[in-house]
Design a protein around this ligand. Structure first.
Ligand code: URA
Length: 207
């Protein structure tokens, strides 16, 4: 299922990120902030356990999340820009990394890095990539994460294309997608329109 988290604060911040003249410092800060805001919604389903606490007046029933069983997996490299935002909400989560790029000739996913912490069928896994474009990397990353035993996976992006959402929903219908915007389409080079350009280049000032 696709959830577009279009809160006014997110729309405002995303608009600044789209602008061609927004520099890397502001771009990084906004990506972190929007990721935190989307993650607030994307974590709505995580399980709680009950505890009892003492208030200054009496005992009260309370609730805790088990964030030690939460695994965050950024897809390199632009997904790195989202890690700090979600870690602010889930400071005890583990972080794995997956490096994938799309071969421009074959258009297939090429993996160059895969390192995940321990994953069980109870782990809540959040896969991060700011741009859900063709969906090739997201589909491939999630297939690999499932192969090591994950059963509960959520995908978080900043901007998604209709093509990427379809690819992900067709292959992994059990994975919910949280995004700040569903944009119009992909161009011939696999970039999202209107989008914000190359998220990795803008984060790391590599162009
Ligand atoms: N990756 C990006 O960084 N931007 C796009 O528009 C598509 C893929």
């Amino acid at each position: 299922m696709l959830y577009v988290v279009d809160h006014p604060l997110i729309k405002h911040k995303l608009t600044i990120m789209r602008k061609i003249d927004t520099g890397p410092k502001e771009f990084r800060e906004l990506l972190r902030e929007i990721t935190l805001l989307i993650s607030y919604e994307a974590t709505r389903h995580i399980e709680l356990y009950e505890i009892e606490v003492e208030t200054p007046l009496e005992k009260a029933k309370g609730y805790c999340i088990n964030d030690k069983d939460i695994v965050i997996v950024p897809i390199l490299r632009a997904g790195l820009g989202m890690v700090d935002g979600i870690l602010e909400l889930l400071p005890n989560a583990s972080v794995g990394h997956i490096g994938i790029y799309r071969d421009p000739e074959t258009l297939k996913a090429v993996d160059y890095y895969f390192k995940l912490p321990k994953i069980t069928n109870n782990s809540e896994v959040f896969v991060l990539d700011p741009m859900l474009a063709t969906g090739v990397s997201a589909v491939d990353a999630i297939s690999k994460i499932k192969r090591v035993g994950a059963k509960r996976i959520t995908f978080i992006s900043l901007i998604s294309s209709p093509e990427g959402v379809k690819a992900l929903e067709d292959t992994h219908p059990d994975v919910d997608i949280y995004t700040a915007s569903l944009d119009r389409q992909l161009n011939n080079h696999g970039y999202i329109l209107p989008g914000l350009g190359d998220a990795g280049d803008r984060l790391f000032r590599t162009k």
